[in-house]
Design a protein around this ligand. Structure first.
Ligand code: ADP
Length: 499
């Protein structure tokens, strides 16, 4: 079946749009997850919305399933590899990578799936830096659209990347092309600025789902502030977390700090610069508390590093705000202030400044090499902005990870009401015993959080089907939508557990 499909795609799109070689299938099947690599049947690379529609129609005719992906740089969540083996990767980013339009007055860029954070940053700089990107801490070569559609997030006031998309152009499983919002009317001039127009809001159907392939959209962009001034505080004890959450919440609820506030564990902070010191532990894992304390001291992170930034017209205008925030944290008697000037120079803090200023950085990816063997997975629950709950989450995660031989490396990215608790778990994927422990740890984490009432969000591809199985009525509803829009199951069956 797939041979006739690939021949038909070659005929319609040209031979260069198809690759079924073993080497390429192996490359696109590779990922870092404990669930193992998953090879696609081949890779197709359309160059336009029409070509995407052609690929979808041909897949339907030939009984082939597709795995759409933009840049496939979703490290720790699956990268290019499909949710199931033998799905055909549609690599949108290879030939659909144009910045179609930048509107500097209304603050948006219209992008194709291959447009990367680095590329849009460079284009905005070329245009005189009037607009600021909201970057992630993932790879600068990751795509704007793929990240937003999978509900990745940033750190600036425009952190909600999916929420900042407007006017999606979507190829549906039958090859039809839907434009969401005002874009539904051909020629609408409000397509990229007004999401809340007529009828149901359909945009959400295309996020963390398999109901369509998004071929372009506007991403809203904030004007770049003339001055961005960072601040950071190190707190010495693991259990200071409860107090930190209580201190951060009012700053976000009142918008006294416009960026999100990061509360980063010492290990997550120094883990970008250090490698696991096996020589110090005699090969034992996880990191003993005394070695961790030493590394926290060496890098000045404390057990927790709290960071954010203020925006304003001048250094002088921001000074009183920084002083107020300093007084707020220092009143705890525990916080050590880290000024902006030090953040600029020290790589551990520079990451924070970069992300608050919309500069894509690859430094945080250093965490992936904390331990050898190339394995990484993300565990992403949300933590309400309540000290006692943050403490409960810390204790729960730390205990489970420690018992399974992994380091507790977490960054709480705090908004007014909830933080995303970005747990990064790196492990040796070449050691089957460690992979088994990794799987057991992940399972134990999700189960413990479920029982406490705190579900996971964005989920690695090797866990999505299992995760959906916990949500019967939600699954039934998603399946009915799937059956209505994609009755023959062309698009990524099994993605986020939707069949
Ligand atoms: P990134 O490289 O930006 O991190 P990926 O290309 O790996 O993102 O995609 C992340 C997720 O979003 C994957 O699950 C992928 O299937 C989905 N996705 C990416 N781009 C699209 C798209 N244009 N339309 C529909 N789904 C997409």
């Amino acid at each position: 079946m797939s041979a006739t499909f690939f021949a038909a795609v070659r005929g319609a799109l040209g031979a260069g749009a198809v690759d079924v070689s073993d080497a390429v299938r192996a490359e696109y099947g590779r990922n870092r997850l404990p669930g193992g690599d998953r090879r696609p049947a081949g890779v197709v690379s359309p160059a336009s919305t029409d070509e995407v529609a052609t690929v979808v129609r041909l897949a339907g005719e030939h009984g082939v399933t597709l795995w759409p992906t933009s840049t496939g740089r979703n490290a720790g969540l699956g990268e290019f590899s499909p949710v199931r083996e033998h799905q055909v990767v549609v690599h949108l980013g290879r030939r659909m990578n144009r910045i179609v339009e930048v509107d500097e007055r209304l603050g948006y860029a219209v992008v194709e799936p291959g447009v990367t954070f680095r590329q849009l940053r460079a284009e905005l700089a070329r245009r005189g830096d009037t607009l600021m990107l909201s970057a992630t801490s993932g790879p600068p070569d990751g795509g704007i659209l793929g990240n937003a559609l999978d509900r990745g997030a940033g750190y600036t006031p425009y952190f909600d990347h999916f929420g900042m998309l407007c006017g999606l152009e979507v190829v549906l499983p039958d090859g039809g092309v839907l434009r969401t919002g005002d874009g539904a009317l051909a020629g609408a001039k409000t397509r990229f600025v007004n999401k809340s127009g007529f009828g149901p809001l359909l945009d959400g159907l295309f996020s963390q789902s398999n109901l369509g392939i998004v071929t372009r959209a506007a991403i809203w962009l904030m004007p770049r502030p003339p001055v961005i001034k960072g601040f950071a505080f190190a707190f010495p004890e693991d259990d200071d977390l409860a107090e930190i959450f209580e201190l951060v919440r009012p700053l976000k609820l009142t918008n006294a700090v416009p960026t999100l506030v990061k509360v980063t564990s010492g290990s997550y902070g120094f883990g970008t610069e250090e490698r696991y010191p096996f020589h110090r532990t005699g090969g034992a894992v996880p990191l003993p508390d005394e070695v961790r304390a030493e590394l926290q001291d060496r890098h000045g992170t404390g057990a927790w590093l709290v960071s954010g930034a203020l925006y304003g017209p001048s250094e002088q205008a921001l000074e009183p705000g920084i002083e107020r925030i300093r007084a707020h944290f220092e009143a705890s008697g525990k916080a050590t202030y880290v000024p902006h000037e030090r953040m600029v120079e020290d790589p551990v803090y520079k990451i924070h400044l970069d992300t608050f200023g919309g500069e894509p950085t690859d430094r945080e990816l250093g965490l992936l090499d904390w331990r050898p063997g190339g394995g990484a997975t993300w565990f992403l629950p949300a933590t309400p902005m309540l000290g006692e709950v943050a403490q409960l989450h810390q204790r729960t995660s730390r205990k489970i990870l420690t018992e399974h031989g992994f380091d507790y490396m977490v960054e709480f990215v705090c908004g007014p009401r909830a933080a995303r608790a970005l747990h990064i778990i790196v492990f040796n994927r070449e050691d089957p015993a460690e992979v088994a422990r990794m799987n057991a740890a992940y399972q134990a984490l999700v189960t413990a959080y479920d029982e406490l009432g705190y579900p996971i969000g964005r989920t690695p591809t090797d866990r999505q089907e299992w995760a959906m199985g916990r949500l019967p009525e939600f699954e039934r509803t998603c399946s009915r939508l799937k059956a209505a829009l994609d009755p023959s199951g062309v698009l990524a069956p099994g993605k986020y557990g939707i069949e």
